[in-house]
Design a protein around this ligand. Structure first.
Ligand code: FES
Ligand code: FE2
Length: 434
């Protein structure tokens, strides 16, 4: 029997019960109703460019193997042996013509078919129907501008409907120039003892913490001059944007998103500004997206010193694995790519100067909820209550300064709807330009 979480989230009052960050029963419901139903980000196509390439990831707590078969077709399968449930592929990524289970040697092709079973003739008397025991495929898999998503739910709406007009906001990160982006090889993985929703809401809408949490990084000159002025009490320019269905984006105004403290990056941004404006259209004059989250657990950032995306892999109510990749415009100059590869490590990587600031706060926001008295104190998401309106030009809910918690109210409101809905008929989809 599912917990009725609607009483735990009151978006009209801007409060959320902290039980949702700590209770295992609620977490199990999240795995079933959110991670086994929603479209989840798997990887970027540039991470598996050649036939035979594969990438190991997770959808919620389910291990998933993403493959590009010999015909170049991308597929995704539960990375679980159909014999006794062993995890088949243990490598993070690579190129392979087949995947051999370490336990008894059942072997699967990159298209998921079971292609070899040791002692099939002698031990199984040739009676095992191998055509029925291939790796279990996901229900749907689709790409948007190189971003590969999948869902375990055959009844989920198509990816484009799930993303709605958020596709334009994704373009601002992943398709600014012809050819889109390329992801640098390798990734950072780190474990943080916090609930997975805290980093998602942070990337999707917490501009408020930047001048405070990251003050030391700001003072070290990691952030542009206008950001430093904001930190000193200057005017904020920008907006917070939410689809109303859990996706949300922090946007700056004017051309502030393209200010860089690195002269070479500033020169590159100046060089490509007109081309990008032409490609992305006049909405870019209203908002410059810099950080965002797609529901439930995919986030991305395009700051003056780094371009990265994250998957927040849930590992129980009190733990998250952060999987972080850096990327760059595919058509950027080589020296710009090198700068972005290096700055990604200095800023938001686990050894960078921003991530530690954040994770310490997320950890304690989770840990205090373990106490029965502390747990009774709800989270306050009341900033800018009622100041957001639906903006037809942005095709999203928006306010008019880049600090507000309407994005948080939207995220948790949608979370409660997905957690309560028996079927997709009861889960709202984002607005789209007709
Ligand atoms: S569990 Fe995989 S071959 Fe037995
Ligand atoms: Fe932060």
């Amino acid at each position: 029997m599912a917990t009725d979480v609607r009483e735990l989230v009151d978006s009209n009052q801007g409060v959320v019960s902290r039980r949702i960050f700590i209770e295992d029963e609620i977490y199990q419901q999240e795995l079933e109703r959110i991670f086994a139903r929603c479209w989840l980000f798997l990887c970027h196509e540039s991470q598996i460019p050649h036939p035979g390439d594969f990438f190991s990831t997770y959808m919620g707590e389910d291990p998933v193997l993403v493959t590009r078969d010999s015909n170049g077709k991308i597929g995704a399968f539960l990375n679980v042996c159909r014999h006794r449930g062993n995890r088949v592929c243990r490598a993070d990524s690579g190129n392979a013509s087949a995947f051999v289970c370490a336990y008894h040697g059942w072997t699967y092709g990159s298209d998921g078919r079971l292609i070899a079973v040791p002692s099939l003739k002698e031990a199984y008397y040739d009676e095992l129907d191998t055509s029925k025991w291939g790796l279990m495929p996901v229900a749907q898999i689709e790409s948007y501008k190189g971003l590969v998503f999948a869902t375990f739910d055959a009844s989920a709406p198509p990816l484009r409907e799930y993303l709605g007009e958020m596709t334009w906001y994704l373009d601002c990160f992943f398709d600014r120039r012809e050819g889109g982006v390329e992801v640098f090889q390798g990734m950072h993985k780190s474990v943080v003892p916090c609930n997975w929703k805290l980093p998602v809401e942070n990337f999707g809408g917490d501009n408020y913490h930047v001048p405070w949490t990251h003050l030391s990084a700001l003072r070290s000159g990691f952030i542009s001059v206008s950001r430093q002025k904001e930190a000193q009490g200057g005017a904020f320019q920008g907006r917070m944007v939410a689809s109303g269905t859990g996706h949300s984006i922090i946007c700056r105004g004017g051309d502030l998103a393209n200010e860089s403290v690195i002269p070479e990056v500033q020169a590159y941004e100046d060089e490509v500004r007109a081309e990008i404006r032409e490609r992305l259209g006049p909405r870019l004059d209203m908002v410059q997206p810099i950080v965002g989250s797609i529901f439930p657990n995919f986030s991305f950032i395009r700051a003056s010193t780094t371009q990265e995306f994250r998957v927040w892999q849930p590992r129980g109510p009190g733990k998250v694995e952060i999987w972080s990749c850096a990327f760059t415009d595919k058509s950027a100059h080589q020296h710009i790519k090198t700068i972005y590869r290096r700055t990604a490590q200095r800023t938001f990587g686990p050894a960078g100067s921003f991530e530690q600031d954040d994770m310490d706060n997320w950890e304690e926001c989770t840990h205090t909820a373990r106490g029965p008295m502390s747990r009774r104190i709800p989270v306050n998401n009341q900033m800018g209550m009622g100041r957001e309106t639906f903006n037809e030009d942005l095709m999203a809910w928006a306010n008019d300064i880049p600090v507000s918690e309407h994005t948080h109210r939207s995220f948790y409101g949608h979370w409660a709807k997905v957690m309560s809905a028996e079927t997709w008929d009861y889960i709202p989809l984002p607005p789209r330009i007709p």
